[in-house]
Write a protein that binds this ligand. Structure first.
Ligand code: NAD
Ligand code: G6P
Ligand code: MN
Length: 441
């Protein structure tokens, strides 16, 4: 059986150890001969890589391992590039969140002005990684979960149309786990769903068990009372702020009680509420730096110091097993049904064909085959048209280095109240991102 070669781009990510442990837990389903880490921050990556070396020695000494900042080493002879980079790291995430709050707008990593700013940084960096893959391993597949995934996906569609790229987000998977838990199933894999939307902007319209029994009424009832709060906590999304997000889904669902929504819609439906409860001096970036980042890097340093992982509290990112499902679908043509971010091309019949939408797809060795979701209602269509225009304008602004288009994108964002606020925001964001964005004309 072929053993696959994996490149993890963003080797220094807080999510890397959980993904490595998850890959090691699935070697029977997806054999791996080589793992390579690539990052542009050698020091940051070194801690995660040092711990990984110890973990591999103990669990899978046959897997060869390299951590590098050299693209040729990282991207040669690879089968899958798993990309989770964060352009500008947490220092810039903090600015993405705090600058909008200063202007009275939601400050969020992927939504509104923060997401737009992050998008302008991410596009070039992700395209560069794709070019490395295309140069050194042209038959490999690029599995992208670098954010803001909606904007990055549009950029890959438009600017790298011939590369093998799959764009995916774990939020629907995380929410489906909570749904399964809420109605007493063991796993989200017992459910089959219909869903449509954009990334971080969608709705479930049908949820059934494998026998075809309708589970949506039960789930709707739970969400209308408790949002996605359940007795068992999600391991990845366990901070208090995530719990409040899961609870708020109740108010999001009230807008269309026939469906159940993606949690991120709260930023568009209740921006005033979100701003009021935000602390402009301590945002989610600070919470992550004080929480997940300290924990992961502390544990990795401990593994290095002790020369063993046996006392480590790092846990398998079970949740991330969708990455194995996705790689297996390509490698073994499994036709697994998964939600991916793909070009609409008629999957939503009354929506822009070139929009990058999130819909169920059958994934095989040729890539994703989107499943038709039919016509969508006016409310969702209106919201999605506005949001997709924002995402497309950001990619055009990047491509054309256009101040005008980025101002239009910010003005069109539902989260920004006026063209004046959009302009003030843009001036601040340009200043904060001068080391990262193209210079705008
Ligand atoms: P992190 O800052 O801990 O890790 C990102 C790593 O990327 C850092 O080590 C950084 O040095 C590196 N990096 C930045 N720019 C690079 C470049 N141009 N080339 C190579 N490496 C580069 O961040 P994190 O919180 O672990 O998140 C990582 C990414 O994964 C983020 O984009 C995050 O939003 C994304 N994410 C996405 C999903 C999803 O649902 N799609 C889920 C979880 C995380
Ligand atoms: C969810 C989203 C991701 C996001 C992640 C981490 O899983 O789908 O896109 O990056 O949460 O968010 P956090 O605020 O914990 O870094
Ligand atoms: Mn996501």
């Amino acid at each position: 059986m072929k053993k696959f070669s994996i490149t993890i781009a963003g080797g220094g990510s807080t999510f890397t150890p959980g993904i490595v442990l998850m890959l090691l837990d699935n070697l029977d389903k997806f054999p791996i001969g080589e793992i390579k880490f690539f990052d542009n921050d050698e020091d940051r990556q070194a801690t995660i890589a040092g711990a990984t070396e110890v973990i591999l020695q103990e669990k899978a000494p046959d897997i060869s391992f390299t951590a590098t900042t050299d693209p040729k080493t990282a991207f040669s002879n690879t089968d899958f590039v798993m990309a989770h980079i964060r352009s500008g790291k947490y220092a810039m995430r903090e600015k993405d969140e705090k600058i909008p709050l200063k202007h009275g707008c939601v400050g969020q990593e992927t939504c509104g002005p923060g997401g737009i700013a992050y998008g302008m940084r991410s596009i070039g960096d992700v395209l560069e990684l794709i070019d490395f893959m295309d140069e050194y391993s042209p038959d490999a597949w690029f599995l992208n979960y670098s954010n803001p995934a909606a904007i990055v996906a549009e950029a890959t569609r438009k600017l790298r149309p011939n590369s093998n790229i799959l764009n995916i987000c774990d939020m629907p998977i995380g929410i489906e786990e909570l749904m399964a838990n809420a109605i007493g199933l063991n796993s989200r894999k017992e459910m089959e769903v219909r869903y449509y939307g954009l990334n971080h902007f969608g709705w479930w319209t049908d949820i059934r068990d494998k026998e075809g029994n309708d589970l949506l009424p039960q789930i709707r009832e739970h969400v209308s009372k408790f949002g996605y709060v359940t007795k068992d906590e999600s391991l990845q999304h366990s901070d208090a702020s995530w719990n409040s997000t899961f609870a708020k889904a109740k108010d999001v669902q009230a807008l269309d009680p026939e469906t159940v929504p993606n949690t991120y819609l709260k930023y568009y439906f209740y921006p005033d509420y979100e701003v009021a409860k935000s602390n402009p001096d301590y945002t989610r970036a600070n919470e992550v730096m004080d929480g997940r980042e300290k924990f992961v890097f502390g544990e990795c340093q401990k593994i290095i110091d002790e020369g063993t992982a046996k006392n480590s509290e790092l846990h398998i990112d079970e949740h991330a097993s969708y990455i194995v499902d996705l790689a297996r679908a390509i490698a073994y043509n499994t036709k697994e049904r998964m939600l991916l971010i793909v070009e609409n091309n008629g999957a939503i019949s009354n929506f822009e064909p070139t929009a990058m939408v999130e819909v169920p797809c059958l994934v095989g060795s040729q890539g994703p085959e989107p499943l038709t979701q039919g016509e969508i209602p006016r409310f969702q269509k209106g919201l999605m048209e506005q949001q997709v225009a924002v995402e497309k304008l950001v990619v055009e602004a990047f491509e054309e280095e256009s101040y005008q288009k980025l101002w239009q994108a910010l003005t069109l964002s539902k989260i920004v109240p006026s063209a004046q606020v959009a302009k003030d925001l843009l001036e601040d964001l340009i200043e904060a991102n001068k080391d990262y964005w193209p210079e705008l004309k």
